[in-house]
Ligand binder design. Structure first.
Ligand code: EZ4
Ligand code: CO
Length: 412
């Protein structure tokens, strides 16, 4: 089982996706997701120029050895571009191994630890009324856990608010928030931490009054707060019993979470922009977080994220894998196989992809009663329709950025 072809496919059905496709000499194919939102072409170049030539002729069965070879032989370790490229190779090799064995990948990882994966969706609205409609629409789609984001009085545009409230309203086009905007330059958004801190608890109070105490609710602060502001937010949200509060601080500084943790019992989730176990070392060991937010796509693939989650398990920290629309169906499938197999699964983020994306990527996963399952096709269970993919060339798109009222650039 020798790798004899490696192609990098860029397609933009509803948004940009980068996919690595490996083919072995006995004709098996494997797919890996290498999509890095807003910086897609850097990973394309990394793969095409520096990884593909190293893969040809290698034994496709040697997943761990290939991972270690790519990680250590580069000398320049870690970082989102490197780790997304390695992740794509890792996923594609697990896909191939599953097909060779005639088993879905979760079976190779130890088998199912549960019957399905509890998933949460993204409800949002500029106003409370719009937000309630969006929550109801998610409940009708089966969601049993819901992330809540709203507009803040005085701010024009803010992270997490979908421009169109329901899937049906857009006739199958993505209804959720997709932050990357097509265009030559990033959009500028505005931010005011004091308004936000005042407003968010009132929103959760209204949501609890309307929807009751049972519904698991989540919220994403998207890296915008200082430790003491984050502590204040966590405390003020305690009465509303959040499932988690996400990315309260820009956590490159892992120590920041000590202060947050000392002040609030609101569960904390972090790590969608982390790449390796080293980014989590201190916050897991000191039990400063409750959920690991990494995506398989951005954290070195199934092999590496499993190591992160096995480490997390020693400290009762659970998975909460990243699953926005910028994780391709291949990356989502990898997350589902990993999540089904580990013991310390927490919850899976799940936003529906658009209809065009679902045509480009033929998928085997199921979604029923609020639970995902990767399906039982051998491998990851996703196939790429290259003719469909070819219809949608890459389109430049950037994530937005933030400025404060006085013009200072702020964390987005
Ligand atoms: O902003 O994936 O929890 N989810 C998120 C996402 C991120 C995007 C960035 O590409 O924070 O919406
Ligand atoms: Co997030």
């Amino acid at each position: 089982m020798i790798i004899d072809r490696a192609e990098v496919v860029v397609t933009s059905p509803d948004r940009n996706f980068v996919t690595l496709k490996l083919t072995t000499d006995d004709g098996l194919t494997g797919l890996g997701d290498a999509t890095l939102n807003g910086r897609e072409l850097a990973v394309v170049a990394y793969l095409k120029d520096h990884v593909v030539p190293l893969l040809l002729g290698r034994d496709a069965h040697r997943i761990e050895d290939t991972w270690q070879f790519l990680y250590r032989s580069a000398y320049w370790r870690r970082g989102p571009v490197t780790m997304a490229a390695i992740a794509a190779v890792d996923m594609a090799l697990w896909d191939i191994k599953g097909k060779a064995a005639g088993l879905p990948v979760y079976q190779l990882l130890g088998g199912a630890s549960r019957s399905g994966l509890l998933a949460y969706g993204h409800a949002s609205g500029k106003t409370t009324e719009e937000l309630f409609d969006s929550i109801r629409s998610h409940q009708e789609q089966g969601y049993r856990a819901i992330r809540v984001q709203t507009g803040v009085p005085g701010l024009k545009s803010i992270y997490g608010i979908a421009s169109n409230a329901t899937y049906e309203a857009m006739e199958g086009v993505r209804y959720d928030h997709e932050p990357a905007q097509r265009g030559a330059l990033p959009n500028e958004e505005d931010w005011d931490t004091r308004s936000y801190l005042r407003h968010v608890p009132t929103v959760f109070e209204a949501v609890r009054n309307e929807f009751g105490p049972e519904l698991p609710l989540l919220h994403d602060a998207h890296h915008r707060l200082t430790p003491i502001q984050a502590a204040q937010l966590g405390k003020s949200l305690e009465p509303y019993d959040l499932f988690w509060l996400e990315d309260v601080t820009p956590a490159e500084n892992q120590e920041a979470l000590r202060l947050v943790r000392q002040h609030t019992t609101t569960p904390l989730a972090i790590g969608e922009i982390f790449n390796t176990v080293w980014d989590y070392q201190q916050i897991i060991r000191e039990q400063l977080i409750d959920y690991v937010r990494s995506a398989v796509t951005h954290t070195g693939g199934i092999s590496h994220l499993r190591k992160v989650l096995d480490y997390a398990a020693q400290y009762q920290v659970k998975s909460g894998m990243h699953g926005p629309t910028d994780i391709s169906p291949v990356g989502m499938a990898a997350a589902m196989h990993l999540g089904l197999s580990i013991h310390n699964f927490g919850i899976q983020e799940y936003m529906r992809h658009g209809a065009k994306t679902d045509q480009v990527f033929q998928q085997s996963f199921t979604w029923a009663d609020g639970y995902l399952h990767p399906g039982d096709r051998p491998g990851l269970g996703v196939e790429l329709d290259t003719d469909e993919a070819g219809k949608y060339p890459y389109v430049q798109a950037y994530l937005p950025y933030n400025r404060l009222a006085d013009g200072t650039v702020h964390d987005w």
